[in-house]
Design a protein around this ligand. Structure first.
Ligand SMILES: [Zn+2]
Length: 348
């Protein structure tokens, strides 16, 4: 749906906005992060085999059911992320976006949270193999636990995850004091936010934690996981953002003039997710936000949704004062805690 929409807006399939076919990631590529045993289980599940060992690896659960292409689908999604990373490394693109990526919960030997193979980790490894220092910014509503695990002791990859607190949401991790270890101490940053968080608090977290760290780390390339399950109306989370936040994230990254590998992620209100990713893509393309050129058409006709006819952007949220005071206080604590733990390690 995202591809159809950006195509109809004229933002894909032109010489400077190429649509590049993905490839199936090779098994050896997947073994950079996943155990051979686990990949065997995935391949065998695809052939119809199922055992207790599959269940123990998270397969055949409600979150990670076995389906017809349970190995090939995530291997294609990973191939797309690798294709995107390679386009950046080879200088063929300044921004590469794989909306079918961002499977940040997959673990070395276990599927979790709708994720089977961790394309984010594998994409970052491809970039570090090229000698690049990588900043991963994960703005999905869920903690980027698989990515954190992969780079917890490395200082050439900084992983910043903003998410709804693990006290209220899967996977139950990603607290302020998870900051990396050994060489990597200070290079994992978690910003757990209270349920109900709105744009106002999120913007403060971005401005007071994220952008100062992004600037001091001074990465060669940005990897951004653009989960849209933070948007108000998502059925699985309790965040209440508008897509103006995603627009802010993308705009700030672009302003820093580095290659960008953008990935999708969660997003369970489909029309809102489609609109959010299309908005991000239009900004990556240097196009406007879909308002002035496309006007009411985007909401009313192209999105086949008459809830909101103002273009790709959500209306700015209206804050309710008493609740804002509570959320502001909560987020103040989080910001102060993260700054105290991480900033001194970077001379901030
Ligand atoms: Zn998510």
């Amino acid at each position: 749906m995202v591809r159809d929409l950006v195509q109809r807006m004229g933002l894909l399939g032109t010489p400077d906005r190429l649509q590049v076919p993905p490839r199936l990631a090779a098994r050896e590529e997947l073994e950079r992060f996943h155990s051979p045993r686990y990949l065997d289980l995935l391949q065998r599940a695809e052939l119809g085999e199922f055992s207790d060992e599959h269940l123990a690896a998270g397969l055949g659960t409600l979150d990670c059911p076995v389906f017809e292409a349970v190995y090939r689908y995530p291997a294609w999604a990973t191939g797309a992320t690798l294709t995107a990373a390679e386009a950046l490394i080879e200088g063929r693109a300044g921004v590469a976006f794989n909306p079918s990526g961002g499977y940040h919960h997959a673990m070395p030997s276990r599927a979790a949270g709708f994720c089977y193979i961790n394309d984010v980790v594998l994409g970052v490894l491809r970039l570090t193999d090229a000698g690049w220092r990588v900043l991963v910014l994960d703005v999905d509503a869920h903690h980027s636990d698989g990515v954190q695990l992969a780079f917890y002791d490395r200082r050439d990859v900084m992983v910043i995850s903003l998410h709804e607190t693990g006290r209220a949401l899967f996977p139950g991790t990603g607290f302020e004091d998870e900051i990396g270890e050994g060489e990597g101490r200070g290079f994992t940053v978690n910003v757990p936010l209270p349920p109900g968080t709105t744009d106002r608090q999120y913007l403060r977290a971005l401005r007071e934690i994220v952008w100062p760290l992004v600037d001091v780390f001074d990465a060669d390339v940005f990897v951004v996981e653009l989960g849209m399950d933070t948007l108000a109306g998502d059925p699985l989370t309790h965040m209440r953002l508008t897509n103006n936040i995603a627009a802010e994230v993308v705009t700030e990254l672009l302003a820093r003039d580095r290659p960008i590998l953008a990935l999708g992620g969660g997003g369970y209100n489909v029309p809102n997710t489609v609109r959010g990713w299309t908005l991000c893509w239009s900004i990556f393309c240097g196009a406007n936000d879909g308002l002035s050129d496309y006007g009411v058409g985007v909401g009313g006709v192209l999105l086949q949704n008459t809830d909101w006819i103002g273009g790709l952007r959500d209306p700015v949220s209206v804050d309710e004062p008493t609740q804002m005071a509570y959320l502001d206080r909560e987020v103040d604590h989080v910001i102060a805690k993260v700054q105290a733990l991480v900033f001194p390690l970077h001379g901030l």
